[in-house]
Ligand binder design. Sequence first.
Ligand SMILES: [Zn+2]
Ligand SMILES: [Zn+2]
Length: 270
Amino acid sequence: MSIADLHVHSRFSFDSCEHPENYLNRAIELGCVVTGFSEHYDYDAIIDSANDVTLCNLDDYTAYISSLKKIAGGHILVLTGIEYGYRAEAVAHYNEKTKQYKFDYIINSLHTIKGKGDCYHDDFFNGCELKESYLQYLLSVLESVKSELDYDIVGHLGYVSRYRKGKDVRLKYSDFPDILDEILSEIAKRNKCLEINTSVGSSGSNFLPDTDIIRRYLQLGGQKLSFGSDAHRVQDYMRSVQQLKSFLIAEGITHLYYYKDRVPVAYNIL
Ligand SMILES: [Zn+2]
Ligand SMILES: [Zn+2]
């Protein structure tokens, strides 16, 4: 089956204007049989700012995608995912929402760190060596994967490097082997899924996480991988999917996962 893009943002996310139908039409054109949406529900960002712009309206979103599922039924399986921005203080709130709404899957993403803001902004790195900032990010990711947050997929591991400019900004396994081993082992032990995200920005990596980190995850017993383009506009839907497919085949990986009703489903990518 064709590869399923599970990390997609539409107008229900604060940073996208794209209509969900445009993704659906593109998916059908490309012959996809499964596609997912993963709108931002970033309660982490509002803890400090009290601005609720980063919260997807979950009633509107879930109702809209339900109607799309009915229209699309028979042609393509449409999945309702959500992307939570991890913060310890937000976990109870997220778990409450998960009980309230019927998501197909939950992406656990780390965007912000308390007191430092979003890794997207240059301010995040002020007064800190690049490697020190990366380490702080990885420590927070470790906290997130070990937390009580009810999640399925670990999103864009290496996000901290995505918007870095300059030489040698790649977040490499060899620079942080111990903490990355802890993160990857925890994902494997909990039988969660590691996302391969193809929105790499200026990170210098082919994928987030970097290929060496994906290989290490498999060595440590990680079984589940998913694909996400992190598209915020339809042009980026299924971004770099051929490059990903070549990598997976070269590594001998034949299956990826999607989630329906919170249940992992393996599918053959060939
Ligand atoms: Zn994200
Ligand atoms: Zn995203």
